[in-house]
Design a protein around this ligand. Structure first.
Ligand SMILES: C[S@@+](CC[C@H](N)C(=O)[O-])C[C@H]1O[C@@H](n2cnc3c(N)ncnc32)[C@H](O)[C@@H]1O
Length: 206
């Protein structure tokens, strides 16, 4: 299943990447600098977007099939990065090691978002940034929310544990971050139950 997911991920996302996601990734990631950790880096969709102001880049990805695609893409973009297999809830780094953490389309899949966000907060320096893009529960459209609730039990086992009804913005606030920039827009060309999204920057209080 993991091999299959890794193989179909980029083709499955292509239309959404072209319609909006690539631009959203670029806006968030292009301005990062210093030491950056990306969690759940997947096939490396964000890789070409890091600027040279990122002096240390660490890519964490626990799934072997995804990691193998990540390594391939890393070779292709010709940039230096450290790779590690750590899951988001157990990051093998000292407190305050990073200026920024990138988390795109990952919090839908983790088992315990609060434990994961707690780890992110720990490894960020005070004032450090969490840059995120996540698909979420559609708070504004009752019909869509019903669809998400109905499909979640079927979708989750098929899509690597992906939840359709996560309230990620609230989870980020509850983990003690200050949300400084938030955009809520439709992930165009995605499947209807994946369209509600939130993205932005959250800061660890200084
Ligand atoms: C939907 S993909 C997103 C990949 C990439 N971040 C992107 O933006 O295209 C979800 C990724 O999260 C990873 N993942 C799942 N559970 C995780 C966990 N507990 N800790 C870290 N990564 C996890 C999966 O292996 C997968 O690569």
């Amino acid at each position: 299943m993991s091999w299959f997911m890794a193989a179909i991920y980029d083709p499955f996302m292509r239309k959404t990447e072209e319609a909006c996601l690539r631009a959203w990734r670029g806006e968030l990631i292009g301005e990062l600098r210093g030491a950056v950790l990306e969690v759940g880096a997947g096939t490396g969709a964000n890789l070409p977007l890091y600027s040279h102001a990122v002096e240390r880049l660490v890519l964490a990805e626990p799934d072997r099939a995804m990691m193998s695609r990540l390594q391939e893409r890393l070779g292709g973009v010709g940039r230096r990065a450290e790779l590690c297999e750590a899951p988001m809830h157990r990051l093998p780094f000292e407190d305050g090691s990073f200026d920024a953490v990138v988390c795109t389309l990952v919090l839908c899949s983790v088992e315990d978002p609060q434990a994961c966000l707690g780890e992110v907060r720990r490894v960020l320096r005070p004032g450090g940034k969490l840059a995120f893009i996540e698909h979420v529960c559609d708070e504004h459209r009752f019909g869509r929310r019903l669809l998400q609730r109905g499909l979640e039990p079927i979708w989750k086992p098929l899509a690597g544990g992906c939840h359709l009804t996560r309230r990620t913005e609230t989870a980020i606030r509850d983990a003690g971050f200050e949300l400084t920039e938030v955009r809520r827009e439709s992930l165009r060309k995605a499947l209807p139950m994946l369209r509600a999204s939130v993205r932005g920057v959250a800061r660890k209080p200084a």
